[in-house]
Ligand binder design. Structure first.
Ligand code: WT7
Length: 704
């Protein structure tokens, strides 16, 4: 790939004309302004509606200053609010790190030598403090009238987690062993995560939309002998047979990775279509969840682990090679998840939190399983999708449970906005105080719709920027008095996060300007390593800019010092707030017979943010067309999953792709062509091209 990343830093968000469309906060109908507002103060109605962990911007500034001036003291004071079985040693620094690979191996340690357990802090502590009757989860099934809706208290959850912990042990899971889950979103998924954490095991959640091949690779990479799965799930109106995928993955893992899955625990969904195929259970390997839990006590001793022991491994896409198994550890992740949840969403007792993410992604780990439970929060766990049975589903849930904070992705907002305001206004959303977004930059139009239509200009928007690697929020406009929100900007660094912008040469960009977003000191929930490949972690995140963690995102700092994320600077696409590496997509495409080579780029898309545009080079004698397109779609489904959907294919003839003399594909040129550019000679510098004639063919082929 052509490396100069600055060339792909996306342009700044357009400046908006009108300064304030929310001047009519009292009374006027909530209609988004003709063009979105440029600045909106955190609304007074929000500020008056609740008490505050952090009352004002001044207090944020003071606390932030302390968090970066003395991170060890700042974070250790917070860590002491948790239960430690054994405190971290007093004679060594509570925090240690090296971010410069030239000085030795990269590492991050928070409270190494201290012993704790995140499950104990998320459940036992609250139950012991009299919170056993507090609701942990309101489970909302895919279909609104489904009788499976239920309420789970902290006491009930603790009992289930303990029985599950025993069941995992009975399946042979011990301290440090991996457990993979391949399950739908529901109460059982966080239950398994917490049960694994309770006994010192390492969970690795695989999203229930990944294909058998993808699941097999993760089972092997995580080295998991035990998988917890489900017979299936109804997502929207589709039935997805997860057990069939799990079985196929186990077979592929054995065949292609020489990896054995010894045991599968299978949750019965209770929503399997009548008259369909039976669930195939392999004797000696597969056991139903109810049978596995049967007879186990509802209490279970906690395994105390080191703060730096691994808690989980979660796979995410990178620009090259196989997905990266991001490893987070117990102590730092616990403190980071709890603290960011508390301050970003200003959670107060009695509030009802609703994160729409699946635990298959980091958002579900940090802001369903851990952040809320560590704060003794009450939340909605939703099995379904925002558009089923109609585009009002999320707002119906808000009304049903009196949700005070909702947390979702801009792509969902854009598709719901398209469906029409009446899907919102037909529900009572007045309980909302916080409107969170995550996953991609939010466009100001979607922001304005969220703010005006969903939140009635009474709730404040928290545009949280973070990554699987960061474990929790790193940049977000906290809901504090005195802050002026800027639609499209994530704005303020979270506590302990020291962001910097670097130019292509690694020189620090001071003041206003754009560059590579890096972080110069560790925060508690920072990634610690990549599963089985520490060198790869050093080379991906710490080598280009030694001394810094490189996010892979570009950002701009405005005159107020606020950060605007401008998109990935590497070959990773963000489709519907999910990352996909160009390399993994391309290898699925070239696996199709008759295809010689492929290069994919991202193009802007109204709903999904980015869409995949594939240049596909055909072998002599092969013809591009619908049949080949169907084969490509199938290959992507099998190797990655349905999220990897190519929007546009451009067939490329014998001249092939634009390459440098050393054989690197010039993606910068392909991006221009994909968005319809280049016809008027604005392709920029093409002097490094080995064969300038390829451009003529590519420009000719556009749109055909
Ligand atoms: C990438 C991380 C973080 C949980 C979900 C995604 C992009 C995420 C924002 C935001 C602009 C954002 C970045 C980042 N991203 N949130 N608020 N504004 N960009 O986790 O799959 O690890 O993806 O998502 O490009 O690097 P992930």
């Amino acid at each position: 790939t052509d490396a100069p990343a600055s060339s792909v830093v996306k342009p700044h968000p357009p400046e908006m004309e009108n300064k304030s469309a929310d001047a009519d906060a009292c009374g006027a109908p909530a209609v988004p302004a003709a063009s979105p507002p440029k600045e909106v103060p955190v609304p007074a109605a929000y500020l008056e509606s609740t008490s505050h962990h952090l009352p004002s911007l001044d207090e944020y500034n003071a606390l932030y200053a302390r968090s970066v001036a003395d991170p060890a003291a700042f974070w250790s004071d917070i860590a002491r609010e948790f239960h430690w079985h054994k405190p971290w040693p007093a004679d060594t620094p509570p925090i240690a790190w090296n971010y410069d690979p030239r000085a030795g191996p990269v590492f991050t340690h928070f409270w190494k030598g201290g012993q704790t357990n995140i499950c104990y802090n998320a459940l036992d502590v609250h139950v012991a403090a009299g919170g056993g009757d507090t609701v942990a989860f309101f489970f909302e099934p895919n279909d609104p009238d489904d009788g499976r809706a239920r309420t789970v208290t902290y006491a009930a959850l603790l009992a289930d987690v303990c029985r599950t912990a025993h069941a995992l042990r009975a399946a042979g899971v011990g301290r440090g062993d991996a457990v993979v889950t391949y399950m739908p979103m529901g109460v059982e998924l966080p239950t398994v995560m917490l049960a694994a954490a309770r006994i010192g095991a390492v969970h690795s959640v695989v999203f229930g939309g990944f294909s058998p091949v993808a699941l097999a690779g993760r089972l092997a990479a995580a080295n998991a002998a035990v998988m917890v799965t489900c017979d299936g799930v109804r997502r929207g109106s589709k039935w997805i047979d997860l057990k069939a995928v799990a079985d196929e993955a186990v077979a592929i893992a054995a065949r292609e990775h020489n990896h054995t899955v010894r045991s599968q625990i299978v949750v019965a969904s209770g929503s399997r279509p009548a008259g369909g195929e039976d669930v195939l259970m392999t004797p000696g390997r597969d056991v139903w969840w109810d049978d596995a839990l049967q007879g186990h006590p509802s209490t279970c001793d906690v395994v105390w682990v080191d703060a730096e022991d691994p808690l989980f491994c979660l796979f995410t896409s990178g620009s090259t090679g196989a997905p990266k198994g991001i490893v987070h550890t117990v102590g730092g992740y616990m403190v980071g998840a709890a603290t960011t949840f508390k301050y970003s969403f200003n959670y107060m007792p009695g509030d009802v939190f609703f994160c729409t993410a699946d635990c298959g992604w980091i958002t579900g780990h940090t802001y369903v399983t851990y952040g809320p439970l560590l704060n003794r929060a009450t939340q909605v766990v939703f099995e379904g999708i925002p558009t089923h049975p109609d585009a009002g589903r999320l707002w119906g849930i808000v009304a049903k449970y009196g949700v005070t904070a909702v947390y979702t992705a801009p792509t969902a907002l854009r598709s719901l906005k398209r469906a029409g305001d009446e899907f919102v206004t037909s529900h009572n959303t007045s309980s909302l105080k916080i409107l969170g977004t995550v996953g991609e930059p939010i466009n100001p139009e979607a922001w304005d719709w969220y703010y005006s239509i969903v939140g009635n200009r009474r709730a404040t928007v928290v545009d949280s920027y973070w990554q699987t690697e960061t474990g929790g929020h790193v940049v977000a406009p906290l809901p504090v008095a005195g802050l002026v929100l800027k639609p499209g900007a994530a704005q303020l660094p979270h506590f302990g996060v020291v962001p910097a912008l670097l130019d292509d040469d690694g020189k620090v960009v001071e003041g206003e300007g754009s560059g590579h977003l890096v972080i110069s000191a560790p925060w508690p929930s920072a990634l610690r390593t990549l599963m089985g490949d520490h060198k790869r972690m050093e080379s991906i995140y710490f080598t280009r800019f030694p001394g810094y963690y490189a996010t892979g995102d570009g950002a701009r700092r405005d005159a107020d010092g606020h950060l605007w994320l401008t998109g990935r600077t590497d070959d990773v696409l963000n489709v519907s707030a999910h990352l996909l590496g160009t390399a993994e997509i391309e290898s699925a495409i070239v696996a199709v017979p008759g295809i010689a080579e492929s290069a994919v780029v991202g193009v802007p898309h109204e709903v999904t943010g980015e869409a995949i545009y594939a240049f596909v080079v055909l072998m002599p004698g092969t013809k591009g067309g619908d049949a080949l397109r169907a084969e490509i779609t199938a290959s992507l489904r099998v190797r990655i999953g349905p999220i990897a959907r190519v929007e546009t294919i451009q067939w490329v003839g014998a001249r092939g792709l634009p390459k440098t003399r050393s054989g690197k594909i010039l993606r910068r040129l392909l991006r221009k062509i994909a968005v319809g550019g280049g016809r008027d000679g604005d392709l920029g510098d093409v002097s490094t091209l080995a064969d300038p004639d390829v451009l003529t063919d590519l420009l000719d082929g556009y749109g055909k």
